[in-house]
Design a protein around this ligand. Sequence first.
Ligand code: MLT
Length: 405
Amino acid sequence: MYTVNFNYSKLPGSYLFSDIAKRVAAYKEANPEAKVIRLGIGDVTLPIAPSIIKAMHKAVDEMGEAESFHGYAPDLGYGFLRDVISEHDYKERGVDIEPDEIFVSDGAKSDSGNIQELFGTENVISVTDPVYPVYVDSNVMAGRCGTYIPSQQKWSDIVYLPCTAENGFVPEYPKEVPDIIYLCLPNNPTGTTLTKDQLQGWVDYAAKNGAVIIYDAAYEAYISEDEVPHSIFECEGAKSCAIEIRSFSKNAGFTGVRLGFTVVPKELKCGNTSLHDMWARRHGTKFNGAPYIIQRAGEAVYSPEGQKEIREQIAYYMENAKVIREGLQEAGYDVYGGVNAPYIWLKTPKDMTSWDFFDYLLKEKNIVGTPGSGFGPSGEGYFRLTAFGTHEDTKEAISRITKNS
Ligand code: MLT
């Protein structure tokens, strides 16, 4: 008789965003007339920019001709894409990341979930709290975490780094030194971030303690303040203690298209073992490369037209962020984020729990958001709204939330 991976039984029933989708679907079924506005999952609403669509069409046509047809993609990514990423995202910022340190993938979510495969199950992970649930769930699935403590809403042997209004959302260095440190900056869900000096502190901490940082920079394109780093590799020494994950979903609207990449520097070694070589081995074995058409679309993101168009889209979403932030502030809410990130993090009114506020907004205002406690224990009493809606929906949502609240 076969057995199953019992670690799955340690997980909560469903993934946070699936749980929310089910609740909203049930509400809609019972109230079909309700005009529900969705500011929950961070999914984009603007169509993919014209120059990127044009590049995709061209690539589709190439696939229809014998001379330009492409079969399996190189498993680490096409050179044309790795070259522009290295140049634009790193070298132009004075960061020396070579194309062969960049691994193209089908998105940051897959990479965030898969990267833990490089590490032994005995490693202790640490996460900022609240946190994007993929880091924790994927480590639980791999058997890296013991038991779930419902009363504390946390895993027994994960080191949580609380990020709340009290500490300005800046995590403190843990007393128990972890082996693997997940940092997502600009942060999902709080929309806050760290300055370069603060991030340098984490790099120094990891280097001193023999830890590795998994740095999720999916929201990098939304940074508006000068002192905020766009890549962990802007910090001295990061190439020997960090891995960086990036996405095309939020900057270029690829949530339904799927493209991302992970940078594993050649300098990153555990003893004599190169993590770069391990990730190449893993990619080669388990992945046949992101589709040619999509990688051409990714290349177009870096063209001058592509850059101009995606900058306009980012500005559109950041205008929404401003509407949410200022609208809620005027109505007396405590609001965070939304300056360097497309997420707004707010304190629930009247000490409501995150899920009570979720139910209140859904049922009384027909607005969907994400309860803070779904991201971890320190998210209790907070709530996340995304700026990825349309202008019209965003304004309407804020007007509904602030009316008679
Ligand atoms: C979120 O809403 O936190 C993200 O959109 C989910 C994701 O990127 O997987």
